[in-house]
Write a protein that binds this ligand. Structure first.
Ligand SMILES: Nc1nc2c(c(=O)[nH]1)N[C@H]1C(S)=C(S)[C@@H](COP(=O)(O)OP(=O)(O)OC[C@H]3O[C@@H](n4cnc5c(=O)[nH]c(N)nc54)[C@H](O)[C@@H]3O)O[C@H]1N2
Ligand SMILES: Nc1nc2c(c(=O)[nH]1)N[C@H]1C(S)=C(S)[C@@H](COP(=O)(O)OP(=O)(O)OC[C@H]3O[C@@H](n4cnc5c(=O)[nH]c(N)nc54)[C@H](O)[C@@H]3O)O[C@H]1N2
Ligand SMILES: [Mo]
Length: 913
């Protein structure tokens, strides 16, 4: 269902900043980028010129006429629609213009109810405009309207009588969010915004990104917290703690509670946009079941957890960890560090493991997620991150989205992709499901789960056959071409299509679109990595960009990895990995180990440690005695739950830091209450390698402490000093030991804003776009990979004929520990299994019926949701609800290179329950 693509009415102009224009506003000299409006320039110059239908994030409309100004003494003009011109003299106080603007505003407010003017001025543009023109409540004629207030949605309230029909919300929804859920209905005086076809807001296609609420100038569309007239005590700018996009958010606090969260306008990553989670899903911070004290067990696993003092809890952990270490050696202890925690906390966690526990047994959830990206991108290009900044997408004329569902998992990026497509870029989607972006795509390759390598080899072969290979680039900057060409003899399009279970036509079209583009981009996610051949998937995907010469050049936009957790990039960057020290420096290199050992004053252990899944195996075989888990719910989110539970049961000691009593915490001996991202100081690294500041907006509840404080206190009790007392010190220490972070410090981030790594010195800007001169591989060349298609680890058979794919839905986040404790639960109250209607008919299942899903390991019952977004023979669900433990079903098949689980392919049987 392609809507209004390339409709000039919704085309957003993305203007490269070509030149600066000089003009004067009320006699004051001002500079503005060519193409900006007079209104934007006047505001940038510090005037409070109102513009009730204007928002610089969307196209101008010029309808409210309260932004009238004079230019060079001429007739009044709408400043929101007129672009700046060199030398123009703008007057916002021109009597004719101001008079006409005042009249327009008076007419507008005469139709408003009185309560419109009682909204605090800092929350209503209308009120501010009235103040500027001296219009007071007494001039209100009262409203002829008495229309309902729609309170059906937990986050968006529509007070219809406050609507001035400015259309900003409609344009935000279309041009910025790309959802097209809103329109204006009615005529003249009766015009009002409607969602969908006029149904209640909650039932409409609104995805609750908050764009409409953010732009509404009157409070007609509002979120509960900000409309409350009580003053806001303070606001803090920080980085979102949900996904890896890294949106800049403003956290408004009243009475030590979050009153509202709004996106930072003009922020580099999100450009004033956000999504339902970052923007609205904050109620978890003050949820009644937040952990506020440590918990310990009196006697053994069978005794209940009881509240304890920090002294008791830390002593218990310190004594027992010391005992295990001294008896069995450090290798009998393993630590899982958190991709939800800050860089500084992850730095400290790996330092704690290596210097206090004396083990390299430390890993983070990157293992479950994008470890194949780190391995694959390093092998292909030399470094473990995406190659380009996301802003490069503004230059892309073709976007290939493979195994990623950004409108649900990285919604701000999903919206940007839609914007780009509406601007004319071609879109190719490779996904077994008909995801939302397919509605905007030129072609959808609905490949069978686990067939990526066949698909990408088929496309690579077509690039060769169609003459779409950049021969000069291949000759001068790549290696492995001959071997790849040889392998691709086996991948003519028909065969590749057959292996992937698709028609050759869409595959050929995908190859033609990517191959004939001038500046193509590749965007990918877990549909590529979470497979038995995940690293091969990444390598064969990067082949396409290399063959096309679309990486490490300005002719393409490279390969963008949509990394998952808010700080999964950072957790790995900081060395919370069993074989790598901070900055991906190999633990096995003696020179590097010596440098760290000297700096830390303790010998760094030499042998690489255990990966997450190997930790479980080691526990069940008695080699591992203690497991220390920071912010990961392994008993819910790691594959094959029974095996995880067996591992937890086998350990003498399980310690966990969490915000809540997670499934893992229920199995722990000691649970330590952790602060959330809204309560801590430090940095996160987003999926573009952008290092961004995190500032505490709230105190943590009760006695909860940051992971940073907890690790320090514990080290002290084990007679060790981790050094770096503050997060800023930890970053400084990391920078001193890590060449790619050498130029990064809290001071610099506070002064200059976010920096990309690599940033090799305090005077270096940081590299957002990599490899323009040379690749970082040993020979400086991008390495093409000849990898054959191999079948997934698990295959359907007669007993288990369906394929279960697992992944994300918009409202909930991973284990759901946070999002389920917010009104997101009203948006998505329970887990369902997506099932094709034809399969449902065969099984005699109606929408909402229960189905028992059995895999080779366990069985779980789900209500079914009938949808043809899944292919026949495939089902889809998430893993956000502990009462439907999806990961009891998934297998321990894992990527042969990195150990990343095959979450995307599980053979299952379905039986009506
Ligand atoms: N709302 C929400 N957002 C999140 C999260 C969340 O839980 N909820 N989690 C965060 C985290 S940790 C991560 S890692 C990211 C994940 O973000 P994504 O990687 O975008 O998420 P997934 O839904 O797991 O998988 C993406 C797509 O891969 C497809 N897929 C499955 N198998 C294959 C295959 O063999 N080939 C191809 N080509 N595609 C396949 C699936 O159908 C799915 O649409 O999201 C982050 N953002
Ligand atoms: N079936 C299936 N399973 C999957 C996946 C899949 O696609 N399919 N995807 C996998 C992927 S990509 C990932 S990343 C994992 C994610 O799995 P997890 O990392 O386990 O999931 P989260 O819910 O993100 O968070 C883990 C815990 O951290 C806590 N927490 C949040 N912030 C903090 C903090 O600042 N400090 C501390 N100490 N705790 C905190 C939360 O309350 C939660 O209990 O799941 C994996 N599991
Ligand atoms: Mo993830």
């Amino acid at each position: 269902m392609r809507r209004t693509k390339r409709d000039p009415g919704v085309l957003r102009r993305i203007l490269p900043v070509v030149a600066m224009i000089r003009l004067t506003v009320d006699g004051i000299p001002v500079e503005a980028a060519e193409g900006s409006s007079i209104l934007a320039a006047a505001r940038a110059a510090g005037t409070d010129l109102p513009g009730l239908c204007f928002d610089e994030r969307v196209s101008p409309q010029g309808s409210c006429r309260v932004c009238l100004v004079s230019v060079d003494g001429g007739r009044p003009v709408t400043s929101c629609t007129m672009p700046v011109r060199e030398g123009m003299a703008v007057r916002t106080d021109d009597p004719r213009a101001a008079g006409a603007a005042r009249l327009a505003l008076e007419l507008l407010v005469s139709e408003q109810p009185e309560r419109a003017l009682r909204i605090p001025a800092d929350r209503s543009e209308l009120v501010r405009a009235c103040q500027r023109f001296g219009i007071t409540g007494s001039q209100f004629h009262g409203s002829g309207h008495a229309r309902d207030v729609d309170r059906s949605h937990p986050y968006v309230k529509l007070d219809r009588d406050l609507c001035i029909a400015c259309g900003r919300c409609v344009r935000m929804c279309a041009e910025v969010q790309g959802t097209f859920a809103l329109s204006m209905a009615g005529r003249g005086f009766d015009t009002v915004v409607v969602a969908g076809t006029g149904e209640e807001w909650i039932s409409s296609p609104c995805v609750a990104c908050g764009g409409c609420v953010d732009t509404c100038p009157t409070g007609a569309l509002a979120e509960p917290g900000l409309l409350d007239p009580a003053p806001i005590d303070r606001a803090t700018t920080t980085t979102c703690g949900y996904c890896g996009v890294g949106c800049s958010l403003r956290v408004h606090v009243r009475d030590e509670q979050v009153a509202a969260i709004t996106p930072v306008h003009g922020a580099p990553v999100n450009r004033g946009h956000a999504c339902v989670k970052g923007r609205f899903a904050y109620a978890f911070t003050r949820s009644r079941d937040r952990l506020t004290t440590p918990l310990i067990r009196e006697a053994g696993r069978d005794s209940p957890l009881r509240p304890a003092t920090w002294e008791e809890a830390l002593d218990a952990v310190a004594d027992r960890l010391t005992a295990v270490r001294d008896r069995y050696g450090g290798e009998a202890i393993a630590m899982i560090s958190s991709a939800r925690a800050t860089n500084e906390e992850n730095y400290l966690a790996q330092k704690f493991a290596r210097t206090v526990l004396h083990t390299n047994n430390i890993d983070n959830c990157s293992r479950l997620c994008h470890s194949p990206s780190a391995a694959g991108l390093t092998a292909s290009f030399g470094m473990a991150g995406g190659t380009n900044p996301f802003d490069d997408l503004d230059r892309a004329d073709c976007i290939l989205v493979a195994g990623a569902n950004p409108t649900e998992a990285h919604p701000v990026i999903g919206a940007r992709i839609k914007q780009r497509v509406l601007d004319g870029a071609r879109l190719v989607v490779i996904d077994p499901r008909r995801i939302d972006l397919v509605g905007f795509a030129d072609v959808h390759v609905q490949a069978r789960p686990g067939s990526n390598v066949a698909v990408f080899n088929g496309i690579a072969r077509a690039l060769l056959d169609n003459g779409h290979v950049d021969q000069t680039f291949v000759r001068e900057r790549t290696s492995g071409f001959d071997e790849l060409t040889e392998l691709l003899r086996d991948y003519p399009l028909d065969r590749a299509a057959h292996l992937a279970g698709v028609d050759p036509t869409p595959l050929a079209e995908a190859a033609r679109l990517y191959g004939s583009a001038r500046t193509p981009a590749i965007v990918y996610g877990l549909g590529i990595t979470e497979h038995t051949h995940g690293t091969d998937g990444v390598r064969t995907l990067t082949n396409l960009a290399i063959l096309k010469g679309a990486v490490g050049t300005l002719d393409g936009c490279g390969v963008l990895t949509l990394r998952g957790q808010n700080n999964v990039q950072g957790a790995s960057d900081m060395g919370a990995l069993p074989d790598l020290l901070p900055g991906y420096q190999p633990i096995t290199a003696p020179r590097i180990r010596t440098r760290f050992s000297r700096a830390w004053g303790v010998e760094v252990p030499e042998r690489p440690g255990l990966r997450i899944l190997d930790m479980f195996a080691a526990a069940t075989t008695g080699r591992l005695h203690a497991l220390y888990v920071i912010g990961e719910d392994i008993a819910q989110t790691d594959p094959d739950t029974r095996r995880v539970q067996a591992a937890l049961a086998a350990c003498d000691l399980v310690v966990c830091h969490d915000l809540f009593l997670s499934r893992t915490a229920e199995h722990a001996d000691v649970v330590l209450p952790a602060a959330s991202f809204l309560e801590k100081d430090g940095t996160f690294v987003n999926f573009e390698r952008r290092v961004q500041r995190v500032h505490p907006a709230l105190p943590s509840p009760g006695e909860a402490k940051t992971d940073f404080e907890i690790l320090h206190l514990l080290a002290q009790r084990m007679d060790a000093d981790l050094g770096c007392p503050t997060p800023a010190d930890a970053m400084a220490e990391c920078a001193s030991l890590t060449p790619t972070f050498a130029g990064i410090s809290h001071d610099r981030l506070d002064q200059e804003g976010p920096l990309h790594w690599p940033c090799r010195g305090p005077d270096q800007p940081g590299e957002s776009r990599l490899y323009l001169d040379r690749f970082a591989t040993p020979d400086g060349r991008a390495a093409l990979a000849a990898r054959p298609y191999l079948p997934p680890g698990e295959q359907p058979d007669q007993r288990f004929p369906f394929l279960l794919v697992t992944g994300r839905r918009l409202p909930h986040y991973n284990s759901g520990s946070m999002s389920r404790r917010t009104p997101d639960l009203d948006l998505s109250p329970r887990e369902v299994l997506d099932l094709h209607p034809d399969d449902a008919a065969r099984l005699g299942l109606a929408d909402g019926d229960l189905v028992e899903v059995t895999s080779r390991r366990d069985r779980v019952t789900f209500p079914v949701s009938l949808t043809d977004t899944v292919a026949r023979g495939q089902v889809f669900t998430t893993f956000a609800f502990p009462d439907r433990p999806t990961n009891a079903l998934t297998s321990d098949c894992a990527d042969t290179t990195t150990g990343c689980p095959e979450y995307k392919v599980t053979a299952v049987a379905l039986r009506p329950s």
